[in-house]
Design a protein around this ligand. Structure first.
Ligand code: NAI
Ligand code: 15L
Length: 272
C-alpha cells in the first residue's frame, strides 16, 4: 500500500484531504506546523514541526512513497517570511526526499505565479511566469526546484497551480479560478497513483466554463474534473464584486493590486 505524507495538514486544503485520503485506502502521515493535529481516524499518523528543520523533515518522510506538500505561507506576506517557509523549508523538503527515498512530491503551486496576466488571456502551462507578488514568485521558485530535483536526482514532481480551492465559489473571479473539493481530491489521487509522471505542471482548476487556463496537458494525469463554477454564476453575479478596479483586470485578482504602482505614476507614465 502506498505510504503518503502530507505537510500543512492543519491548513485549509490539508484538512479537506486528511478527512478523505485514509478512507480511500492510503496510509497517511499528517504533519501540522506549530500544533499537533488530532488524528481523524485510527489509520492516520500525526506529527508536527517546522519543516526548516531537517530532523522534522526526516520524521515526516521516513518510509514514505509520496509527499503531498501543502505547507507554506499561502498568501502575500513580507519577503523574509516567504523566504523562510516557501524557499528554505521547500529546499529542506526536497533534500529530505533525497535522503529518505521519496519517489514523488505533489507540490501545491499557485495561480499567483502567473497572476499578472490580464483576465482575457487563456494560458497553457508552458506560459511565461508573471508572478503578482513575492508569494507568486516563491511558487515560481518552487516549480524550478521541483524541476531541478527531477532532472538531477530523479525525484518526480507534480506541480499543481491551484486556482481558488473553496467549498463553493463566492465571487466573480472564482467563476474562472474555482477548484471544487471533489475535483481537488480527484486531482491529488491521480497525482499519487499515475505511474511515471516525471515532472509535470497542471492547473488546479475545475471544469469552469470561464476558466483562464487550458488544462489539456492534465490528460496525461487522467484528471477529469466534474465541478463547474458556472452553476453558481447567477447567484454570484447578482451580488457586488468585492474586487477593486485593478484586481478585476488581472488573473491574480486582489493579490495583483497589493503594492501596485498605477501606470500614470510609473517612470515615463506609460501604460504597458
Ligand atoms: P494554509 O495557510 O491554510 O495552510 C498552510 C499550512 O502550512 C499552515 O497550517 C502552516 O502551519 C503550515 N506551514 C507554513 N510554514 C510552515 C513551515 N515552515 N513548517 C511547517 N509547516 C508550515 O494554506 P492552504 O489554503 O491550505 O493551502 C495549502 C497550499 O496550497 C499552500 O502551499 C498554498 O500556497 C497552496 N494554494 C492554496 C490555494 C487555495 O485556494 N487554498 C490556492 C493556490 C495555492
Ligand atoms: C492562493 O494561492 C491562496 O493560497 C488562496 O488563499 C487564494 O487566495 C487563492 O490563491 C486564490 O487565488 O483565490
Amino acid at each position: 500500500m502506498t505510504k503518503i505524507a502530507m505537510s500543512g495538514a492543519a491548513g485549509q486544503l490539508g484538512t479537506v484531504l486528511r478527512a478523505a485520503l485514509p478512507a480511500r485506502g492510503y496510509r497517511l502521515r499528517s504533519a501540522g506546523g506549530s500544533k499537533l493535529p488530532v488524528p481523524l481516524c485510527d489509520d492516520e499518523e500525526v506529527m508536527h514541526g517546522d519543516l526548516r528543520d531537517p530532523a522534522v523533515v526526516d520524521r515526516l518522510l521516513h518510509g514514505v512513497d509520496v509527499l503531498i506538500h501543502m505547507a507554506g505561507t499561502s498568501v502575500e506576506r513580507p519577503l523574509p517570511e516567504i523566504i523562510e517557509n516557501n524557499l528554505r523549508a521547500l529546499y529542506e523538503v526536497y533534500e529530505g526526499a533525497r535522503r529518505n527515498g521519496v519517489r514523488r512530491v505533489v507540490f501545491a503551486s499557485s495561480n499567483h505565479a502567473i497572476g499578472m496576466y490580464p483576465v482575457d488571456a487563456r494560458l497553457a502551462t508552458d506560459c511565461e511566469f508573471r508572478p503578482d507578488g513575492f508569494y507568486g514568485l516563491s511558487k515560481m521558485w518552487g516549480e524550478g526546484l521541483a524541476r531541478l530535483y527531477w532532472d538531477k536526482h530523479g525525484i518526480e514532481s507534480v506541480c499543481i497551480r491551484i486556482g481558488s480551492c473553496v467549498a463553493r465559489p463566492a465571487e466573480p473571479r472564482h467563476l474562472a479560478t474555482w477548484l471544487g473539493h471533489e475535483d481537488l481530491l480527484h486531482l491529488i489521487e491521480q497525482s499519487i497513483t499515475v505511474p511515471d509522471l516525471g515532472f509535470m505542471v497542471v492547473w488546479g482548476v475545475s471544469a469552469n466554463t470561464r476558466s483562464y487556463w487550458d488544462n489539456s496537458g492534465a490528460a496525461r494525469l487522467g484528471y477529469r474534473p466534474n465541478q463547474n463554477a458556472e452553476g453558481y454564476a447567477a447567484e454570484i453575479l447578482s451580488r457586488p464584486d468585492p474586487l477593486d478596479a485593478i484586481a478585476r483586470q488581472y488573473q491574480g485578482g486582489g493579490f495583483a493590486s497589493i503594492d501596485f504602482t498605477p501606470p500614470a505614476q510609473r517612470l515615463g507614465g506609460s501604460d504597458r
